[in-house]
Design a protein around this ligand. Structure first.
Ligand code: MTE
Ligand code: MO
Length: 413
């Protein structure tokens, strides 16, 4: 079976002259750097939700020691989450061709016989299954979550989070085993020598139709194309170039409220009557009891402005918008917290959906740029952006910027 070139278990079955240590090593080194950045930005993104503050912020409550690294998410610089998530998603999409080319370059090894020559070899191959499976799983779940949003009803976060840990364990093992050889191979190349043979070079190569460099340009060109058609989703002025960004969502139109909309009021089940001036009251609770405020009473409190972006976990973000509203810490003072404000639990009018409530840390509440916004870019908030009032906090993920706020409860969580 090993020698029948009609079967993929035979080395002779694989005929591309491109396969070899050099091609695999170049792609491997690119992925070593790129995937490390993806992993770190992914963990950081989870920390940005402040999952330990409240169960409502935590999409993977059974994380156990995998949350060892969590830290209190800062409010400076105000574009922190925008940068982190822009890098995570844009880089993840850009690396897709590199990942596919890397897997293609080593596919003969998947079929190589015997399955294991020794215990060490068996362990290495098991780690490869986790590596390839885990890598594909992370890329597929990430892309599907962005593009199709709700194919994972409520469960994208745990899949992507636990998948990342399985994958990274295999990745570290693989990198420790292979990086020295990959770097040696690249050095040999510069010295004009062939890399070390590792069962990748075809024993009966077909005529080349493209050089190895040409193939690398092809992969790099594909990555560049994905980058250029994705990165625009992080900038208002480039948004039209983001051909690969999710489409079919609400059209934000133009004007002061003309920026990206995550979920419309209609989608969230917000009845126009309940956000009207007669029906809507903000209920604020704290140490000294409960205060109920109509929109006009809120608007008569001292108002402040901050220029802050909306930055979604899905990678898109807006440029800074001018929000105007009441400081969260001023609302805390209304209910008995004059000095240092405590944590805050925010609830929306929305009745269903994972993002209808969120917890903010005391540090986020204390920041003078954190607002319960009533206006944006000089105009009333539109219903789709959270009218009558929404939370906006510097450096925080979009999910903490609750829209259609109905109730705010101050107190240590
Ligand atoms: N009530 C409520 N608030 C919400 C959401 C939601 O689904 N319901 N989505 C959040 C998410 S995930 C993001 S990214 C931002 C988007 O705000 P925008 O639609 O004004 O751009 O709103 C946040 N606030
Ligand atoms: Mo979001």
């Amino acid at each position: 079976m090993r020698d029948d070139p009609r079967l993929p278990t035979s080395p002779g079955f694989w005929r591309s002259p491109l396969r070899g240590p050099w091609f695999t090593s170049v792609l491997g080194v690119v992925l070593l750097v790129g995937i490390t950045v993806l992993f770190v930005t992914g963990l950081v993104s989870y920390a940005a939700y402040n999952p330990d503050l409240s169960p409502v912020n935590d999409k993977t409550p059974d994380k156990g020691i995998l949350g060892f690294y969590l830290f209190a998410w800062p409010t400076h610089p105000h574009w922190l989450y925008r940068l982190n998530q822009g890098v995570h998603v844009t880089l993840g999409i850009t690396l897709v061709p590199v990942l596919l080319a890397k897997l293609w370059s080593v596919v003969p090894k998947l079929f190589a016989l015997p399955p294991a020559r020794s215990l060490a070899h068996a362990l290495e191959r098991i780690s490869l299954v986790l590596l390839v499976g885990g890598g594909l799983f992370e890329f597929v779940t990430g892309v599907l979550n962005i593009q199709l949003d709700y194919v994972f009803p409520g469960s994208f976060y745990p899949l992507h989070f636990y998948g990342a840990w399985v994958f990274i364990a295999a990745f570290v093992a693989h990198a420790v085993l292979k990086t020295p050889r990959a770097l040696r191979n690249l050095r040999h190349l510069r010295e004009g020598r062939e890399g070390e043979e590792d069962g990748l070079v075809s024993p009966r190569p077909a005529e080349p139709t493209v050089s190895r460099r040409g193939a690398l340009w092809f992969v790099g060109g594909g990555a560049l194309l994905l980058f250029l058609t994705t990165v625009g989703q992080c900038f208002d002025s480039l948004r039209r170039t983001a051909l690969l960004a999710p489409h079919g969502g609400a059209d934000p139109g133009s004007g002061p409220n003309g920026f990206q909309i995550n979920k419309t009021a209609a989608y969230a089940g917000i009845d126009p009557a309940e956000i009207g001036p007669d029906a809507w009251r903000l209920v604020v609770t704290g140490r000294t009891g409960t205060v109920r405020l109509a929109r006009a009473q809120l608007a008569a409190l001292p108002l402040h402005s901050s220029a802050l972006p909306i930055a979604c976990v899905e990678g898109w973000s807006t440029s800074d918008q001018w929000w105007r509203g009441v400081r969260l810490r001023d609302l805390a003072a209304l209910v008995g917290y004059d000095g240092d404000p405590p944590d805050l639990f925010v609830e929306s009018l929305q009745r269903r959906g994972a993002f209808r409530h969120a917890a903010l840390s005391a540090g986020q509440v204390a920041d003078p740029r954190s607002l319960l916004a009533l206006y944006v870019n000089g105009e009333e908030l539109s219903p789709d952006h959270g009218h009558p009032a929404r939370v906006i906090v510097p450096a925080a993920p979009g999910v903490l910027n609750t829209k259609w706020v109905a109730r705010m409860t101050f107190g240590d969580l």
